[in-house]
Ligand binder design. Structure first.
Ligand code: SF4
Length: 203
């Protein structure tokens, strides 16, 4: 069941990104992932959130305030969004009330068949039903991706709801560095090894 009041453990928030799905998007990174893909460059997002979490209502307001005239939607990344699926499903449904044509997307380390299976994380079906786009599968560092939005070749892009209004941009090699209000540095997109080392040295 969708949890409208379950709090969300956040790792980061970007009001505008062009490397997390087609078009200009708000991005919400969640805290916590236990899938342990070797070579993951988001290790800081792996420990579970230790704070009280953020109420979904606050995040709806933050997303709507961040939205500009060219913003097409919201992307969930992480961390592992489906390890907070019930809370994110609540947020997605609440956001739809305020922004009906938003394109909602998620990156997940789980494969779609795992998310639809008997051992899926709680709330996975609710979150899937709220999404338009999903990139699925563990990151495999030895098989670098050669298609937009996929970090490794095993990962797949699924259109679960409305197809994107825009052509899928070619994001190969595209990356962004976001500086958080707290002064932290978030590397996002599909950085090469040299950029990953640079950002690691800054963190
Ligand atoms: S699922 Fe994503 S965040 Fe989790 S270990 Fe794999 S690449 Fe990293």
């Amino acid at each position: 069941m969708t949890a409208l009041n379950e709090r969300i453990h956040l790792a980061g928030f970007a009001p505008a990104s062009r490397v997390n799905g087609p078009g200009l998007r708000v991005v919400l990174w969640v805290q916590g992932c236990d899938l342990a893909c070797p070579g993951c460059f988001n290790a800081a997002t792996h420990p579970p959130g230790g704070d009280a979490g953020t109420p979904p209502e606050d995040l709806v307001g933050r997303v709507l305030a961040a939205r500009g005239p060219d913003t097409v939607g919201l992307t969930f990344s992480g961390g592992e969004p489906f390890q907070q699926a019930r809370a994110l499903a609540g947020l997605a449904r609440r956001l739809r009330d305020e922004w009906p044509d938003a394109s909602l997307m998620a990156f997940s380390g789980y494969r779609l068949d795992e998310l639809r299976g008997a051992a899926a994380p709680p709330g996975a079906a609710d979150l899937l039903s709220a999404l338009d786009l999903l990139v699925d599968g563990r990151f495999e560092a030895r098989r670098p991706g050669n298609r937009p939005w996929r970090g490794s070749r095993n990962q797949r892009l699924w259109v679960l709801g409305r197809p994107p209004q825009l052509e899928l941009d070619d994001a190969r090699g595209a990356a962004e560095i976001h500086v958080t209000p707290e002064g932290g540095v978030l590397l996002s997109g599909f950085p090469d090894a040299r950029l990953r080392r640079l950002v690691t040295s800054l963190s």
